[in-house]
Design a protein around this ligand. Structure first.
Ligand code: PMV
Length: 341
């Protein structure tokens, strides 16, 4: 059957990098989504149409028979390869393969650290299964989505695929294959602005750099990792009591610790400081660092000033509400809008 599925992007509010070392992290879904439409084909082929992936500034490099398409926000071809991998992994899991036409569209830039690859992976897993007449639980979708991310990227935590599947606010912790996910009941939405700074390094490089530092000076960098874990625990309490002032303070503290780990850049720091001086309660880099996104928390009455200042420095900003619904079937033949279980 024909089916249309969407999944949200995400931001890491607290705990990136430390999560790789078994500390908890807090993530939230955002109100920008990736949409995947799937229509079975009578043959066994898989066709992929990318309608709009928000990819301004395209650069194409031809090198020794290899073509790389880069954009201001990251690589395009990898974003598309998540769809093909999702079909491969899902059909293997279901033990049945059918041809499919997939159409993908994104409301946010790909490769900017907003979880678009996880959203594409998760939405495609669900859309492909439904288009073949199969139903998957959210646990299955999150698990298969994580497998897709690992197959394409080589290394990935289950953080992104978990939050885009379940949505909301989530505390997550994992070591090896063991994942603990805890949904956090946050009473109201957080006024957040996101700004994008051109990326100088990939997630993989940043994770590797931190790993080298931690193994060289475990007594120093290991302590920073533990402190980030403490910040996350305090942030959970602040989030549950909706204490925005405290959350801002803890965001600033988390940013300082990420800077000490070496994952911030001069430009990220400039944007963080500019957001704070224009009235934000707190600001930090979000995601792997080395460029990418900054999030700023602000009172609603000041948010337009904070956004203006961030946009002046970066060119690209986005206001978003957090804690939106996770992956869902928007429409399908014989299917209404369906909340997946
Ligand atoms: O920039 P992103 O969204 O890929 O975030 C990476 C988060 C890290 O904690 C640095 C790595 C991970 O796999 O959790």
């Amino acid at each position: 059957m024909r089916v249309y599925v969407s999944a949200p992007g995400k931001v890491t509010l607290f705990g990136e990098h430390a999560v790789v070392y078994g500390q908890p992290a807090i993530v939230a879904s955002i109100d920008k989504r990736v949409h995947v439409y799937a229509e079975p084909r009578s043959d066994n082929a898989v066709t992929i149409e990318a309608r709009d992936l928000r990819v301004p500034g395209v650069r194409v490099t031809y090198r020794e028979g290899e073509v790389t398409v880069e954009t201001d926000y990251g690589l395009v071809l990898p974003a598309i390869s998540y769809l093909n991998k999702a079909v491969e992994i899902t059909s293997k899991y279901l033990g049945s393969r059918h041809g499919v036409r997939l159409v993908v569209q994104s409301e946010m830039p790909v490769g900017a650290g907003l979880g678009t690859s996880a959203a594409v992976a998760v939405a495609t897993v669900a859309a492909y299964a439904y288009s073949g007449g199969y139903e998957l639980s959210k646990d299955e979708i999150a698990g298969l989505g994580w497998e897709v991310e690992r197959a394409v990227q080589g290394i990935a935590s289950p953080m992104d695929t978990s939050i885009v599947t379940y949505g909301g606010f989530m505390k997550i912790r994992y070591s090896g294959e063991r994942i603990e996910r805890e949904s956090l009941g946050v009473s109201a939405s957080l006024p957040i602005v996101l700004a994008y700074v051109e990326r100088e390094f990939r997630t993989k490089d940043m994770v590797q750099m931190v790993r080298e530092r931690v193994s060289k000076y475990p007594q120093l960098y290991g302590r920073i990792i533990e402190m980030i874990g403490e910040v996350v625990r305090a942030a959970e309490r602040a989030l549950l009591s909706y204490d925005l002032g405290e959350l801002g303070l803890l965001m600033n503290l988390n940013h300082g610790l990420l800077d000490a780990l070496g994952v911030s850049t001069r430009k990220l720091n400039e944007v963080v400081y500019a957001a704070r001086s224009s009235g934000a309660l707190g600001a930090k880099l979000t995601g792997a660092g080395g460029g990418g996104c900054v999030i700023a928390l602000s009172l609603l009455e000041k948010i337009h000033v904070v956004e203006e200042v961030m946009r002046f420095l970066c060119g690209f900003t986005m206001r978003t509400s957090l804690g939106t619904e996770g992956v869902r079937v928007e429409a399908g033949k014989n299917l209404g809008r369906t909340a997946l279980t």
